[in-house]
Write a protein that binds this ligand. Sequence first.
Ligand code: D5M
Ligand code: FE
Ligand code: ZN
Length: 473
Amino acid sequence: MSEASLGRIVALLAAEGFTAEKAAVRCIQQQGDPRAAINSIIEHVPDETVTLTEADIEEVLTVEPPTRSDRTSEIRVVADMTGASTGTGTFDDFLALFRDRYDRLSTLLRDRVSARSIASLQTTNRARHGIGVIGLLTDVRSTGSGHWVLELEDRTGACRALIHRDNDLYGMVDELLLDQVLAIEGTLADDGGIIFVDALHQPEVPMSNQATRADESIEVALISDLHVGSQEFAEGAWETFVDWLDTSEAQSIEHLIISGDLVDGVGVYPNQSKELAIVDVYDQYRAAAEQLQAVPSDIQITIIPGNHDAVRLAEPQPAFGERIAKMFESIEARLVSNPGWIEIEGVTFLLYHGTSFDDVIASIPGGIVEYERPDAAMVQLLRKRHLAPTYGSRTRISPEPIDHLVIDQVPDVFHAGHTHTTGVDTYRDVRVINTGTWQHQTPFQRQVNIDPDVAIAAIVDLQDLSVTVRSFL
Ligand code: D5M
Ligand code: FE
Ligand code: ZN
């Protein structure tokens, strides 16, 4: 490009209402792209400036040029149950919930297992081998002689299935969760009372699964568990993170996703008030909105609630209500339910806070899943294609006619928090990511031996689905 003449630069500045010292005009002329330099100067000089000096120009041009792409990537909320809750907690609601779960998840298994209804086992007088059934796992117990007996239920009845202690499948029983959908194949005992199991199948992610990738190298930052309002909120690290979002390294990041526990809440655990820096929950949200205000405004923010947030505790949790939503209007944050499904440039994200991980970790033996490896608990749930199978344990589940916790599509990215520990894995091309917390260890967590990973963000490149974990501590 030919060098712009001094006269041309003066004219361009005049058109914008500026005069300039000669040295300032020369300085602009020396820029690779004088027109872009002028645009940047106009944007950054103080409002009252009329005559530009060389110092004005130098100050502006040493500021990193904003390079985050002007185009906003497409984001679409695919599933949000806010406002769709109709359950009232009656027995019929529970029945409907389990029927919906069974219907949708058994469909996934019917491709792989030729299954008959449980009621039909009573009238089976041939083909006693190769019998398949699909049911909800309602009980697991071990016999006196060390075999496992499972109980399965479908819409027609219940049956028992025995896994011999010498069977290779024996160890797999450890990974099962009550109320999950499961298929078994085996041999029906002569009296029709029990099936001797040869094979177990979970709904699973297909082996052939291939995640969708975006056409462009857009990045998404994933974080969780800010706990604003706690005395332990890592404010200094948060400032480091927000500053980093402004650097050239972060210019491809177009979205920030927060998977629950935005604030510490009130009355979540005994004596919590002693550990709060902000005791009013609405003040906590006001403070959270202020912290998010510092995120570059061209990054779009999406938030789902967690068990510390001021929405109902039972899952699925609707998005923040109106009073809180108002505080996030100015930053145009997208408020979605927990779980929530969004799609960015064709890449599907399943966002879930992770309360059920406590149950998964309590129920499946350490070594398979533990707090230090939250991604392993997430993989377990992906394989069950359900976010919180077990009813009546620590995770509260709201009975709804539709089971919103079923994972009926395979997501490309599964993001969660809650454990306050970090874990990243790829399971059958699904990126499984837990991003820890922004809260230093609380006295309560010290008691229960939780050693948190603090000030973590995972950056996902949507073009190749690479995941980079960064610490801002
Ligand atoms: O969860 C923060 C962390 O604390 C997470 O790893 C679960 C764990 N946690 C929460 N409550 C309990 C109880 N009662 N026992 C053991 N571990 C627990 P958060 O949701 O931020 O409180
Ligand atoms: Fe949390
Ligand atoms: Zn939590």
